[in-house]
Design a protein around this ligand. Sequence first.
Ligand code: FES
Length: 350
Amino acid sequence: MFNYSNDTHQAVEIKTSRRLTMPHPQDFIEVQVHAVAIAATDALTFELRDPEGAMLPPFTAGAHIEIALPGNIARHYSLLNNPNERHRYLIAVRRQSQGRGGSRYMHDELRVGDRLAVSAPRNHFPLNEAASRSVLFAGGIGITPLYSMISRLEALGGDWVLHYAARSQRHAPLLDLLEPLKRAHPERIHLYFEAEPGKPAFDIRNIVSAAGAEDHFYCCGPTPMLDAYQQACKDIAPARVHMEYFGPRQAVPLASESDAGPKTFAIDLRRSGMSLSVPPDKSILDVVLEAGIDASFSCGEGFCGYCRTAVLDGEPEHRDTVLDETERAAGNVMMICCSRSCTDRLVLDL
Ligand code: FES
């Protein structure tokens, strides 16, 4: 167990070492927990390194890794460190006592020295480094990918501003890491704490309306915040509006016989040469796995992007939170774990 001795970013010394052997895809790599620190009242940061000290696969700001955990579950965590760093991955994990167990395991069981399997970094929330200015909105633990973006923008000499909301200072991860930046650029970091009256109101709509015509916007936080952000940005070109969900936006129901939308539809798998039927109570992913096709997937709920599949013909009905509006409109890629079909048939690159 960890010792929550205070609310600072304080390293916790734990001497036990174990090799964790959870099932994981072959392309995962082994890393070792090098350090654990308290990032907020209910959040820890984990520093992961190659056990032999080798460099890790590179990443870009906004990227995440997937960690294989006991119970054959996988969890995705944004990398918060500077993408220039190749010797470590830094993640922050909020303990969710009502969650599905991944964060509880990370908080209660994982120790310094333990070895874990993690995926190479992937990025569904990339930073547009050419933007004239980046406006970043963070809610609670959603600060993690944005902190990495700030590090990158600082390295590039880019213009940025952060609006960071949390329940209180004690519940705001990475505040101590933001402190030097706040001293250097007090006008760039705006903090909003619900439990601390007298602070300025966090009004995303006003902030977006006052922004420059070429600014790019980024948001990572809880669903109500993302909903407010989407509403505030509804008249802005989708290419300038970027967001990342922590998990599924809402339960993604499979179609039932009473749904007015598409029910059973056909899929033609171009590379496998198979034609299959997707009934209302199964996903495309279910059907292709049952047919023995080796399709990639992880979350099964439309937010990790691992099941991304090219659509060669037909019109997908997107139900994921990975694709942006431009990708949805193009219709040439879909998440097969949750999305369905508007047409009677889809041709997929599987
Ligand atoms: S498996 Fe995660 S988006 Fe489909």
